[in-house]
Design a protein around this ligand. Sequence first.
Ligand SMILES: [Zn+2]
Length: 60
Amino acid sequence: MAYYNNKKEPVEEIETTVWSCTSDSCSGWMREDYSFETEPTCPLCHAEMTKETRVLPKLS
Ligand SMILES: [Zn+2]
């Protein structure tokens, strides 16, 4: 997932609520909209997850 200075296909980015893994050694995260549990665990390491806001490409 790389973005270049290419204006041909601008990607609209919006602030998105995501669940982020609390483990320092893990970069797991998921979009809140894609999680079906109120307090999901990390799909990679099964640690607790915490909500945070990231700027992500808008889903069509
Ligand atoms: Zn994790």
